[in-house]
Design a protein around this ligand. Structure first.
Ligand SMILES: Cc1ncc(COP(=O)(O)O)c(C=O)c1O
Length: 481
């Protein structure tokens, strides 16, 4: 009897190759422990509401009214909802083709795409065309659609930062392309060095790859660094010189915890440079409702903006988007509300400003507590989380721990993270899931646990780590820095 089409040996090999550490072995063990009744602190995914962040009131009011439009006919609606939320809900309903239950244009509701274009224009000071903005079910889908358009086969290389967010490695594997790593420099606060870019592309070309795209994640995940305008200029020049499309993952653009390097979009830097680059470098930029102060991960809303992409390609991307009929419509409304929030003078402005500011200020404090906490631990060093939602400390493991991991059949950082999970309930992701230099070990946590719980979490981490080091350290040296 030959194997059936969905028997394991018959399925697409690329599906088997794609790895996704954020929900990998550690996560599975954490869910098992949770079922057994252990308290688990899930710091493996940047999922703010799952760790207690409250949704902002205004966007939820507007979407609630859009979801239940009969409330708008209720004479008491004004007692429950502010007038600006009511007006906004009516306005959104008027631009859908039958409310939230109807498919929208496959590129997203034109009125929301216009709101996104106006936001980009306000942010960057350069025009943005709604026709070149497509709304998607989260930034993940946008990235997947874009990579799908780029990758033809195993000879196509995509440059990806290492450490990287595994959406990229997994999607490239799924689509049968080849990941071309470029390393971020940990000792320079995870900076991006153009010599490293040149080295990476030369090695890939030497292997016969056609390198087509370069990904930047700014602010970085898992590394938390913010790129300077100078660094972005170098990257754009590199893409121009090497004929690469730049994929700018900017989902953390409002999560900034220092003042020296505010977020600057790749699009703005490209336009600032002027011609010929501004007219020629192809750029696709991504954003999401999942992060920032909204944190609405479960709603699945994202967009991508295309710059210098020819109309025939834009049409093909439209055709492919049409296969899925329509992005999630409620999420499109969240996107509209994210890019066009209440303004000073609006009834809901004060509450909106208080809530959003409160979240970002608390994240800023949490970033500090976490980094300082890690740096107070034996054999742990951690760069400050300048932006995004993660800490990515390096753990210097003693040789005895490396041996114990080997005996247990585990990668050393998986071994460490599993022990951490069993001892403390803190569920992290081992650095090997993001890529790291040979012989160097990290873990990633989010900075999302509630601020008041943070000191206790860091105390329990420190207690575990220092006991672990005590157990395995024999003063023969460590994994190298
Ligand atoms: C760098 C990066 N890009 C994209 C995404 C996906 O975002 P979304 O929830 O919009 O799919 C994430 C989610 O954590 C991320 O960290």
């Amino acid at each position: 009897m030959p194997p059936k089409p969905l028997d394991y040996e018959s399925i697409n090999e690329n599906v088997k190759k794609a790895q996704y550490a954020v929900r990998g072995e550690l996560y599975l063990r954490a869910t098992e422990l949770q079922k057994e009744g252990k308290k688990i602190i899930f710091t493996n995914v940047g999922n703010p509401h799952a760790l207690g962040q409250k949704p902002l009131t205004f966007p939820r009011q507007v979407v609630a009214l859009c979801q239940a439009p009969f409330l708008l006919d209720d004479p008491n609606v004004g007692l429950l909802f502010p007038a600006d939320a009511i007006a906004r809900a009516k306005q959104y309903l008027s631009i859908t083709s039958g409310g939230l239950g109807a498919y929208s244009d496959s590129r997203g509701i034109p009125g929301v795409r216009k709101e996104v274009a106006e936001f980009i224009q306000r942010r960057d000071g350069y025009p943005s065309d709604p026709e070149l903005i497509y709304l998607t079910d989260g930034a993940s889908k946008a990235v997947m659609q874009t990579l799908n358009t780029i990758i033809k086969g195993p000879g196509d290389g995509i440059m990806v930062p290492v450490p990287q967010y595994p959406l990229y490695s997994a999607t490239i594997a799924l689509l049968g392309g080849t990941l071309v790593p470029y390393y971020l420099e940990e000792t320079a606060n995870w900076g991006l060095d153009t010599n490293e870019l040149r080295k990476s592309i030369s090695e890939a070309r030497y292997k016969g790859l056609h390198v087509k795209a370069m990904v930047i994640i700014n602010p970085g995940n898992p590394t938390g660094q913010c790129l300077s305008a100078e660094n972005l200029r170098e990257v754009l020049q590199f893409c121009y010189d090497e004929n690469l499309v730049l994929l700018g993952d900017e989902v953390y653009q409002t999560n900034i915890y220092q003042d020296e390097r505010p977020f600057i979009s790749s699009k703005k830097v490209l336009m600032d440079i002027g011609p010929p680059l501004s007219k020629e470098v192809q750029l696709v930029s991504f954003h999401s409702v999942s992060k920032g102060y909204l944190g609405e991960c479960g709603q699945r809303g994202g967009y991508f903006e295309m710059t210098n992409i020819p109309p025939e390609t834009v049409d093909e991307i439209y055709k492919v988007a049409s296969i899925s009929l329509s992005p999630n419509v409620p999420a499109q409304i969240f996107m509209g509300l994210m890019v066009n929030p209440p303004k000073p003078g609006d009834i809901s402005f004060d509450q909106f400003a208080r809530e959003s500011k409160g979240i970002l200020e608390s994240l800023r404090r949490r970033a500090r507590i976490m980094t300082d906490g890690f740096n107070s631990c034996r054999n742990v060093v951690c760069n400050f989380t300048e932006g995004a939602m993660y800490s990515f400390p390096q753990v210097r493991l003693p040789p005895k721990a490396l041996e114990a991991a080997k005996q247990a059949g585990k990668v050393a950082d998986v071994f460490y993270c599993l022990k951490l999970l069993e001892a403390t309930g803190i569920s992290t992701v081992p650095g090997s899931g993001f890529g790291q230099k040979e012989g160097v070990f990290h873990l990633r946590t989010t900075i999302l646990p509630a601020e008041e719980e943070m000191p206790a979490i860091m105390d329990s981490f420190k207690k575990f780590n220092d006991e672990f080091m005590e157990q395995y350290e024999d003063h023969r040296g460590y994994s190298r820095l």
